[in-house]
Design a protein around this ligand. Structure first.
Ligand code: BES
Ligand code: MN
Ligand code: MN
Length: 460
């Protein structure tokens, strides 16, 4: 006899009873500064992988750390349901974004702190906290019943925040071990507080560096300005030329592959309760003036491409004035993509555009950093329904179907390689400060989300 999910001695009860310990363990995980972008943190990133392995092993999974050409993968497996039972693949990432600027944190990024119902730490929401919830859901089932209704593989990578450059070869190499009918990912947000969501789309990404170089060395801007072309001016002109006044991207051919959102998806978006003013206020701007005119903010965020400068560097930016004509200028520029755009095609178009528009007297070079294809859910069947029931039982509200403007690079490739469908159910909240100072995860979402993940296994 196995205990029912919600019964005394069942997995739900176990998860509730062990909550304090779960928070302590999550804090331990969050204390490891597994910043994948910085090589000085490589030992920490490796430590986080081992922590996760040990933790999955303690939860009752077979677990190991496997190498890649970059940061390692922590893999957990439970195959007790037998070869004929379906397999679920849980994907997440244990790496985090750099915490800087440190002075903007109210408590240190790697010293987790609970305030006002929020657990603050780098990675609390993206994605350590959410990945941890999955491990705890598995532990709760295995502890309460000794078994799960399906086989489970947990694939936790350490390079998501740098574009997952080595995960595809890993997945290809270990394809048989990763074989699964469904991929489940919690690395996103709910639509609103109290309102769980299932995602039906993610945008893709094409990320570049633009380098403009001019004179052999920095020059006196009086002695040379007006005769020598300034690379910063030139780059600024190029950057300004990437967008039209109406917000459309000005790179010729850019929209050729952009599919108009289908009417059904648009109607679904319009039916969502979205308060544009509150959203603007939350991020501290007067109006939502980015992107294309004539389309709603959610449509612009979820179903239309965008172009953003992520960083710029050139010349003198210190205190006071320095009259200088810089020898070089650099900008980081990213494009978010929608079906049927590909990062490769966008790269070709951007390179051509820059070549055709580079002002005389400077040399402009485009370096492609990472890319990812956009994703759309194929899934509206049984698994979707199971997840919806689990979320409804835990949050007291049926989930809404929502899109997402961010990117999870491996999703499309995992689906293609494994011939699987993906379920994206996230438990962060809007405003969770992913990638920003004071990242947080609501304790209520952690608890209800964990509850939902425990239920998911019984609903499947
Ligand atoms: N978890 C995010 C993606 C995300 C963000 C989903 C917000 C839902 C809401 C993920 O860790 C991420 O930051 N992805 C990067 C991808 C990039 C580094 C290749 C992104 O979207 O910028
Ligand atoms: Mn993430
Ligand atoms: Mn992220």
């Amino acid at each position: 006899m196995t205990a029912a999910t919600g019964a005394a001695g069942g997995p739900l009860q176990f998860a509730r009873n062990e909550r304090r310990r779960f928070y302590e363990e999550l804090s331990e995980f969050l204390r490891i500064p597994s910043v994948s972008a910085k090589s000085e943190h490589d030992p920490d990133t490796a430590r986080a992988a081992r922590w996760l392995r040990d933790h999955m092993a303690a939860a009752g999974l077979e677990a190991e750390v496997l190498p890649t050409a970059g940061h390692p993968v922590a893999l957990g497996e439970w195959r007790g349901a037998g070869p004929d039972a379906p397999t679920l693949l849980v994907y997440g990432h244990y790496d985090v974004q750099p915490p800087e600027p440190l002075d903007l944190w109210d408590s240190p990024p790697f010293e987790p702190s609970v305030r006002d119902g929020r657990l603050y730490a780098r990675g609390a929401a993206d994605d350590k906290g959410q990945l941890f919830m999955h491990v705890k859901a598995l532990e709760s089932h295995l502890a309460a019943r000794g078994s799960l209704p399906v086989n489970v593989v947990v694939l936790a990578e350490g390079e998501e925040e740098i574009g997952s450059p080595n995960l595809l070869p890993f997945v290809k190499q270990h394809r048989e071990r990763l074989e699964a009918g469904t991929v489940v990912i919690s690395d996103s947000a709910m639509f609103a507080p109290g309102q769980p969501s299932l995602l039906y789309s993610l945008r893709g990404l094409a990320y570049f560096e633009l380098h403009a170089s001019g004179p052999a060395t920095d020059l006196h801007s009086g002695a040379y300005g007006g005769a020598v072309r300034n690379p910063a001016n030139a780059l600024a002109a190029l950057l300004a030329g990437l967008q039209e006044a109406d917000g459309r991207i000005a790179v010729p051919g850019f929209y050729d592959d952009v599919e108009e959102p289908d009417p059904e998806a648009l109607a679904r978006v319009r039916a969502l309760p979205f308060d544009e003013e509150a959203f603007a206020q939350e991020v501290g701007v007067a109006t939502l003036a980015g992107g294309e005119k004539g389309r709603s903010p959610l449509e612009r965020l979820w179903a239309r491409p965008s172009c953003d400068i992520n960083g710029m560097a050139s010349g003198y930016a210190g205190e006071g004035a320095k009259t200088v004509l810089p020898a070089r200028a650099m900008a980081k520029v990213s494009f978010r993509l929608v079906p049927n755009q590909t990062p490769e095609r966008v790269r070709t178009l951007v390179e051509r555009h820059v070549r055709n528009n580079a002002p005389e007297g400077v040399e402009v070079r485009v370096a492609a950093l990472h890319g990812a294809r956009p994703w759309r859910a194929k899934l509206e069947g049984e698994v979707f329904e199971a997840a919806a029931r689990a979320l409804e039982a835990s949050f007291g509200r049926r989930p809404v179907l929502a899109g997402e403007g961010g990117t999870i690079p491996i999703v499309v490739e995992l689906e293609e390689l494994l011939q699987a469908d993906t379920l994206l159910m996230g438990f962060a909240l809007p405003g969770a400060n992913m990638h920003a100072p004071n990242e947080w995860l609501a304790t209520d979402c952690f608890e209800r989300g964990l509850d939902a993940l425990v239920r998911l296994y019984d609903e499947l």
